[in-house]
Ligand binder design. Structure first.
Ligand code: ACM
Ligand code: ZN
Length: 768
């Protein structure tokens, strides 16, 4: 009994704590709310005396943050002045071991505020929290509370590709501000890729004279851009001078952000090779490509000593500009066909006893690592650098899922997690029909929030190698900074919490509530953030007992006011207000929006529902569908929603090398006149239409009579993503309907998967 009481008291306190953390993102480790408030007035002084340059920088930033929130800058004076009405900022002496190198404690009392940390970084993060609290009140009021706060991970990163689209210097400063605002601390600057070399290297001026500019094809889709035809056509591009870089690195340093340069090798370097073709295997000049290139074969020659001399020269200048411990050398996506044909590469393999081109890449990377280590730096690269062998001193950035990171951690490498599943912010964050064109995929705010950087497969010791995570922002479809903002905000808020806050304090509801304040901060800062979290998706909830569907409306927003229609008209505040799942009894289009403070927060998403005789009926499948394409489970084929052209949309059932044989139990004998079977073809994803669909009918579920067959008429070679209904218009009577969709037994001639089994995708069998 006593134990229970204590437990309840503890739960109440901790619930209280989390509720009080309401406004800070990322959520602090601990917040204890007190009664009362501290008000910043004209009398308020900040007691802080800087004793060196980094402390002066901190004081300047603290002044800026206070001014931004309150409108005025309080006096900063030596800590001997007034005792009350002050904000006392102090570096701990002795150190407070609990909060580490980046943590802080903040005690807001009615008559004064104490901010303490072991480092200026900690003080800076404490000031960010003060700024956030002020932006959630009238700008001068701080609610009384005690905060103890420190990060979970040391590497809290955001990457930016400035090659695919050049981002001006002013935007890079803003980007660093956004990183710091989120208490993140790494800016991974992807300065080199095929489509542009973006950093001035004094010894090799052509890198930027030639490599930083490409034929202007900005009016065309990234993957439809042809190579330049004229020497003097208009160019797109830009680069950062060494002076720009120095200023940016210094600016970031003041904000406790480490800038890590990425100098790609051996692939993703067509920009460099356009300037210096002699470092490729063929020596052939190829222009800087204005758009997508795949596969990437035109790469640095690993057989030429000159290549390594060149790279060492470049890296020497880079190390002179970037004081970071880590230098990122890329290492991803090299297709080694030129190496296979190159005499010098082959000779290198013989001389060094390398058994294949993977080992040649490993030789390349290890050689560069030695050079960096000799200069007191550490190498980090994409997970491909594990292939062919690597010394454990190198750090891995796990992007092709988490598996390479798991392997690397088990082998003793430090790892930064950045899997495409959760950390690729070039992927869609909402429904593609409502979003600007993105790379693909779908990584919602909630998905990012649910990311766990430490895989369960790792032991406690191995898990120590996961030093953090980061999001990657590849800019093929982001032509400017405004667009980048849209793709990172608000997803980086979710990521910052994954990286900073304790794992066991994760609470989606609480986070989405605090996001309300965060969106207001973004408004205050003029940030072009996405409101995709407010998109309303309509999902069916099946009611098999009544053979009916209810529709639930869902968002990633906190406590949204949702208004909807079921007749396809545009929802307004006069429309139905959503309170709970509602039954729909006739076919139609559901459209729903969130309207808050009189403002519609996003475009309505339209979802068509088809009400038919088989809704919510039991379906028995002869062959199971793939676990990866289950859709909504056992009723997915009769849930009233049809799949779209996107086979990942959560509506399709996918079968690998199997037919669909589905028997629908209508519950009682019924007469029907039409059976439609929805199918999809996405030749690029190895998904093909069935050759035909056969419909049979039965009263007892044992003895079936064939009703008819519908043939597919579209060629499997048609590469267009498409859907169709294979419709049998024929009257039938019976309790059971068996639908067989016969899969194409192998990918067609000329297809990448020729001779291998393809996929069959089916959604919604409509019985009318
Ligand atoms: C990558 O996305 N190629 C690292
Ligand atoms: Zn070569």
């Amino acid at each position: 009994m006593k134990r229970l009481t204590i437990l309840l008291v503890t739960m109440t306190i901790s619930l209280g704590i989390f509720a009080q953390a309401a406004d800070i993102v990322p959520k602090p480790v601990s917040v204890v709310k007190k009664d009362g408030v501290f008000r910043i007035t004209n009398n308020t002084k900040v007691l802080f005396e800087a004793s060196n340059e980094i402390e002066e920088d901190f004081a300047d930033l603290a002044k800026e943050l206070l001014k931004s929130a309150t409108g005025t800058t309080p006096d900063f004076v030596a800590p001997t002045a007034q005792k009350e009405d002050n904000i006392l900022i102090q570096l701990n002496n002795p150190l407070d071991t609990k909060i580490g190198n980046e943590g802080y404690t903040l005690s807001i009392q009615k008559d004064r505020v104490f901010l303490n940390a072991n480092t200026t970084a900690g003080l800076f993060y404490g000031m960010q929290s003060i700024w956030q609290l002020l932006t959630s009140t009238d700008g001068t009021t701080l609610p009384c509370m005690d905060i103890t706060d420190y990060p979970r991970f040391g590497w809290r990163g955001l990457h930016l590709d400035v090659s695919r689209h050049f981002m001006p210097v002013e935007f890079i400063y803003k980007y660093i501000d956004y990183i710091a605002l989120h208490k993140m601390n790494v800016f991974h600057w992807h300065l080199v890729d095929d489509q542009g070399w973006r950093i001035e290297i004094k010894k090799y001026p052509k890198l930027t004279e030639v490599g930083a500019f490409r034929a202007d094809r900005e009016d065309l889709d990234w993957n439809s851009r042809k190579e330049p035809v004229k020497e003097n056509e208009p160019k797109y591009g830009g680069f950062y001078s060494q002076e720009d870089v120095k200023a940016i690195v210094e600016y970031a340093h003041k904000k406790h952000v480490t800038v890590i340069p990425e100098i790609e090798m051996p692939a993703h370097v067509m920009s460099a090779l356009a300037a210096y073709p002699e470092y490729s295997c063929t020596g052939e000049y190829k222009p800087v490509p204005p758009g997508g290139v795949w596969p990437i074969t035109h790469i640095f020659c690993a057989g030429k000593e000159e290549t390594f001399n060149f790279l060492e020269d470049v890296l020497t200048e880079v190390m002179g500009l970037f004081p970071s411990t880590y230098i990122h050398i890329g290492g991803d996506e090299a297709t080694k066909t030129e190496w296979e044909k190159c005499e010098l590469c082959q000779k290198r393999m013989t001389d060094e006893g390398l058994k294949d081109e993977h080992e040649l890449q490993a030789y390349f990377i290890k050689r560069i690592e030695k050079f960096l280590n000799k200069n007191g730096r550490q190498l980090i690269g994409w997970d491909e650098i594990l292939e062919g062998g690597l010394d454990p001193t190198a750090t891995i950035m796990s992007w092709r899922g988490s598996d390479p990171g798991i392997r690397a951690a088990k082998a003793g490498h430090d790892v930064v997690m950045s899997p495409t599943s959760h950390c690729y912010f070039d992927y869609y964050q909402g429904d593609p029909s409502l979003e600007p064109k993105a790379f693909g995929g779908n990584i919602t705010l909630k998905k990012v929030y649910n990311f766990e950087p430490v895989p369960a497969e790792l032991s406690v010791e191995e898990a120590k190698h996961i030093i953090g995570a980061q999001a990657n922002i590849w800019t093929e479809y982001m032509p400017n900074g405004r667009h980048v903002e849209y793709m990172i905000m608000p997803r980086m808020s979710a990521l910052s919490e994954v990286l900073w806050s304790p794992k066991d304090s994760k609470d989606w509801g609480d986070f989405s509530k605090r996001m309300e304040s965060q969106y207001k901060r973004f408004d205050k800062l003029g940030i072009n953030y996405a409101t995709s979290a407010f998109q309303v998706s309509a999902r069916p909830e099946l009611d098999p007992a009544n053979k009916a569907i209810k529709v639930s409306l869902n968002t990633d927003a906190w406590d949204p006011d949702i208004y909807y229609t079921t007749d396809g008209s545009e929802p307004t505040v006069q429309s139905n207000k959503y309170t709970q799942p509602f039954t729909i009894s006739k076919s139609g289009t559901v459209k729903a929006v969130v309207i808050q403070d009189g403002k519609q927060k996003s475009q309505p998403l339209a979802t068509d529902f088809t009400i038919h005789k088989a809704i919510a009926c039991k379906v028995d499948q002869k062959y199971p569908n793939s676990k990866s394409y289950e859709s909504t489970g056992e009723y997915a084929l009769v849930d009233g929603i049809k799949g779209s052209k996107d086979h990942h949309d959560g509506n399709w059932k996918g079968f690998n090398a199997k037919d669909l044989v589905a028997t629908i139990d209508l519950g009682q004998s019924q007469t029907f006149s039409k059976v439609s079977t929805g199918v999809l073809q996405d030749n690029g994803a190895w998904i093909f239409y069935p050759t035909h669909v056969t419909v049979e009918v039965s009263e007892d579920g044992q003895n079936f009579n064939k009703l008819g067959t519908v043939k597919n008429k579209v060629s499997a070679r048609d590469g267009e993503r498409q859907i169709q209904d294979l419709v049998l218009n024929k009257k039938g009577t019976g309790r059971y309907i068996r639908v067989t969709a016969a899969h194409l037994t192998s990918c067609p001639k000329g297809h990448a998967g020729e001779g291998q089994p393809g996929w069959l995708f089916v959604d919604e069998i409509i019985v009318e």
